[in-house]
Design a protein around this ligand. Structure first.
Ligand SMILES: Cc1ncc(COP(=O)(O)O)c(C=O)c1O
Length: 412
């Protein structure tokens, strides 16, 4: 048995559902048909590489689900975290770096007058929704996107119908659906919560419609910038210019804000954020100082150089490399989608065929030394520079050739 398989077996004996992060479960990483020896556990991550429990080092395009934008174990971030830990990262008082980090976010994020720190993206969005409900005194939330695992918007085993009864989901970039959901809420609308980028940029019309509907009804417009913050722009999607003239009332940040250290934030307009004095939102370790220190190091890097412009360039180069391999292998019905900063491959065919083709690609590219993300997204970091072009080109060739072989053998 390989070391990977052994760790998989040990994990499934003691870790509920095999892994605590849903997207890191074997099935989520590789799909139902993936081979057994596929690595699920790692021992070291540095730059854009991950070393598995088998001792293999792979180029990793997944970047910890987008929570890392500077690179794994980025030295300056690591150093600042060490210093914060050594100085005492928690106490009965709040560390002063909470204030200094909030001051920086207020300067950088268009909608931010006030900041509240939490640990996870899901907590941040749930807190934004609670603030919106407390501010408006209303209950219905209309939303589009993925907002984490908490009950207020979820369905499925363990979630009571009542918990998410006041959430109405609408499709991305669909103005009539948004208008209809807001109409149906009539006087009960507390907030519209939008993930601004889902596989592509939204239309300005959709964003403006959301702004107008909130203004007209007195509801709160929330952008969930957990993926887009510090990746498309340090100030989030709202600062890119692609948001047109739309500024949300609240926004949530997480992931790349602290380069993978656990930190999330709700930011927003002074009067809406003031509801935090009445609504109870509190977590013991919300402002522990290692994650705050990591975020300070991240913002220092953004201040010294245009990190997001480099992420875009690195992403474009990776996408070009993958597209070239796709063309050279003459593979059919595979599409590279998304933005350069967050891109993915879609494998055509019905659900079964698409799953098999993707799994074949993932198995072949991993064997060739590169870890691609199943589904969305592959995320470039500062460490994904030109030095990995050859490795990615080689692996992509092997991967697309394997998909073609599968297609040929199945008569497609
Ligand atoms: C847009 C968005 N919001 C919220 C979340 C939840 O964040 P977390 O997994 O840190 O709780 C995610 C996670 O992927 C996300 O992409």
């Amino acid at each position: 048995m390989s070391a990977s398989d052994d760790w998989r077996r040990r994990a499934s004996a003691v870790v509920a559902a095999d892994a605590s992060t849903g997207s890191k479960r074997p099935m989520a990483l590789y799909g139902p048909t993936s081979d057994e020896g596929a690595p699920v556990h790692y021992v070291r991550a540095s730059g854009c590489r991950v070393t598995t429990v088998d001792g293999r080092t792979l180029v990793d395009l997944t970047s910890a689900l987008g929570s890392v934008a500077l690179g794994y174990a980025e030295p300056e971030v690591t150093q600042r975290v060490h210093e914060a830990a050594a100085a005492g990262h928690v106490a009965g008082l709040t560390h002063a770096s909470e204030v200094t980090l909030a001051e920086r976010l207020v300067d950088l994020i268009p909608c931010a007058d006030r900041v509240l720190f939490l640990k996870t993206g899901a907590e941040a969005v749930a807190a934004a929704v609670r603030l919106a409900r407390a501010y408006t005194g209303r209950d219905v939330v209309v939303g589009s996107g993925y907002f984490g695992w908490l009950d207020w918007w979820s369905t499925g085993p363990g979630v009571t119908a009542g918990a998410s009864a006041d959430f109405v989901g609408v499709p991305f970039d669909d103005v009539p659906a948004l208008e209809a959901a807001v109409d149906a809420a009539s006087g009960r609308l507390a907030a519209i919560v939008l993930e601004p980028v889902v596989e592509r940029l939204p239309s300005a019309t959709w964003l403006r419609a959301a702004r107008r509907l909130c203004d007209r009804s007195g509801a709160v417009l929330v952008f969930d910038e957990v993926k887009t913050g510090c990746r498309l722009h340090v100030g989030g999607f709202q600062a890119t210019g692609d948001a047109g003239d739309v500024v949300p009332d609240l926004a949530t940040f997480g992931k790349a804000l602290a380069n993978g250290y656990p930190l999330a934030a709700v930011v927003g307009r002074r009067d809406v954020m003031a509801a935090a004095r009445r609504a109870w939102i509190s977590s013991t370790l919300a402002s522990e100082a290692t994650a705050l220190a990591a975020a300070h190091a991240v913002l220092d890097r953004h201040a010294r150089e245009d990190v997001c412009a480099r992420l875009r360039l690195h992403g474009e180069a990776l996408c070009d490399t993958v597209r070239e391999a796709m063309a050279e292998c003459a593979v059919r019905e595979v599409t590279l989608m998304g933005l350069p900063q967050m891109w993915f491959l879609r494998f055509g065919g019905d659900a079964d065929v698409s799953t098999r083709r993707e799994a074949r690609f993932l198995d072949a590219t991993r064997a060739a030394g590169v870890l691609f993300k199943r589904g969305a997204y592959n995320y470039p970091t500062l460490a994904h520079d030109a030095t990995i072009d050859d490795a990615v080109a080689r692996a992509a060739h092997v991967g697309f050739a394997a998909v073609r072989q599968l297609d040929d053998s199945e008569g497609r």
